[in-house]
Structure formats: structure tokens, C-alpha cells
Ligand binder design. Sequence first.
Ligand code: SAM
Length: 288
Amino acid sequence: MVVKKKKTLTRLTQGRPPLATPSRSMTRKASRTLINKHHQLEKTRTRAIRIGDKETEAKVTAELESLGGLDHYQKASLQGQSIDRGGDTSKVLMEWLPLEELKKQTQPLQMLEVGALSTRNACSTSKIFNVEHIDLNSQEPGIQQQDFMERPLPENGKGPFDIISLSLVLNFVPDALGRGAMLLRTLSFLRADTDTTITTEPLFPCLFVVLPRSCVDNSRYFTDDKFDELMAALCYTRVRSKKTQKLAYSLWKRVAGVVKEDLTFPKQEVNPGKTRNNFVMTLKGSKT
Ligand SMILES: C[S@@+](CC[C@H](N)C(=O)[O-])C[C@H]1O[C@@H](n2cnc3c(N)ncnc32)[C@H](O)[C@@H]1O
């Protein structure tokens, strides 16, 4: 019998068990392609459901499943968020807030993060906020699996939150009315007192929104002005804004006022052009 000579290990990593080897992450291009494909299929499925086209609905549902469903989509989104790709959008919110003032608060501010993929982003680890994380499909024990649109409304109409985060969530919602309804629904969960003196500059209660920049800069139906108009109708005013190459960040303070019951915000072409997209958010009545 030939006895094999034992190889001398020259590097520390050679002696580590297989689990210590980092798994290859999805490339930037692969994760972007998967995210775009997922959005496109969700839109087709929503349209099929609306018109009662069962055949297309079943076909698209099967295709979404073959892509790995929501879970795989979230893993691709997490790749985009990873620190080495500079993707934690909550860092921008932290830059905007008067942190020194907020640190002096005796109680942490209450935050609801809708569409949370991780409990370790900049806001969650800042100790300034007490964050409740929710998502349609929880990726961690600290994230409650919940559809924001089904979340029970607070009793006596008083929301507990100082701030709600909708980072890259509205563009995930496949139809325009659904996006508008989501924005409208945030009002029910924010604190109703609009004149809080938490910070010298009144910022709370507020809503943090992140959208792909193309939603406001390259849509036939939606622009920053349209966004301001829609939010004003919902008693929100823009207090911060920032754009990067890919993303549009905004912070909206809830202001005093009553949202009209018959409020509508229709789809209107404002930027015709063949190369533009169809992103829009609309409203039809103000019942949540
Ligand atoms: C593109 S990921 C964004 C994740 C993260 N917020 C970020 O900024 O990278 C969108 C997430 O929103 C979640 N989502 C969409 N609609 C939702 C709803 N109605 N309720 C809760 N989560 C929702 C999806 O499940 C998905 O995980």
C-alpha cells in the first residue's frame, strides 16, 4: 500500500473547515438583472390578475418561483446593501438628522422600517431609534414577517412612530395605486402631533423614502414636482433631498392638515419620450 505523504499547510486558511470559506457572492450585474426581472414579472402578474388572465398569471407565478421567489430577490437586494458596495441607504438618513440633539433624548425615537432586510443597518445600530423591522418575507429573527398593507391600524387612530422608512419599497409595489395606498397608509402609523419639539428644526414625525433615481428623473408620468404635489395632498412636506447616480433619497415631514376623503391623484403624462419608463404613484380615495 502506498502511504500518501501528509502535505504541510502553508497558509492559515488551508487548515480551516469548509464553512470558514466565504461563499462567492452574486456579481453586481447578476443581482441587478435578477432584481429587474423580478420587478418586471411582478408587474405582469399584477396586470394579469387585474384583467382576470389566469393563464398568464400562472405562467408568471411559475417563472417567479423558478427565479427563487421573493427569498432569492431579497438575497440579491442584500448584496446591493452590503457594506463593500456602499449600499446601506439608512446612512443618508443618519447624515441628515441632528444626532447630537437626538442623543440627548431620554427615550429613543420610535421607528418602523418597512421592507427590512437586516437589523444591522446604520439606523438600527445607532441607539437613537427603537426600530421595529417588518418585511413580507423575514430574513432574520429580528424582522417580523408582515405585510404593511395588512398591519392592524393603531387603536384610537394614534400611531406610535416618530419615523417610518420606505427604502426601495414603493418601487417594489407592482402597481401605481398600490404605491399611493402605501404612502397614504403611513399616516395612520405616524404620531399625530405634528408640532413636536424633539429637534430645534422640526423634522418629526416624518417619512424616509428611497426610490431608484429613474422613478423621478426618467418617468413619463412622475417627477420631483409630481412627488411634491402628491405628498402635499397627503400633508407631507419635503425637508431633505439627495440624489446619487442611482438613487433618489427624500425625507418628508408630516404637517398639520386633513387628507381629503375623495382625494385622487391621477396618472398624467408629463414627460413624453420613447426611452422613458412608466413609473407613477396614484391615489383614488383616502380610505386606508
Ligand atoms: C428592494 S427590497 C429593499 C430592502 C431595503 N429596505 C433596502 O433599502 O435595500 C424591498 C423589500 O420590501 C419588502 N416589501 C414590499 N412590500 C412590502 C409590504 N407591503 N410590507 C412589508 N414589506 C414589503 C419586500 O419584501 C422586500 O424585501
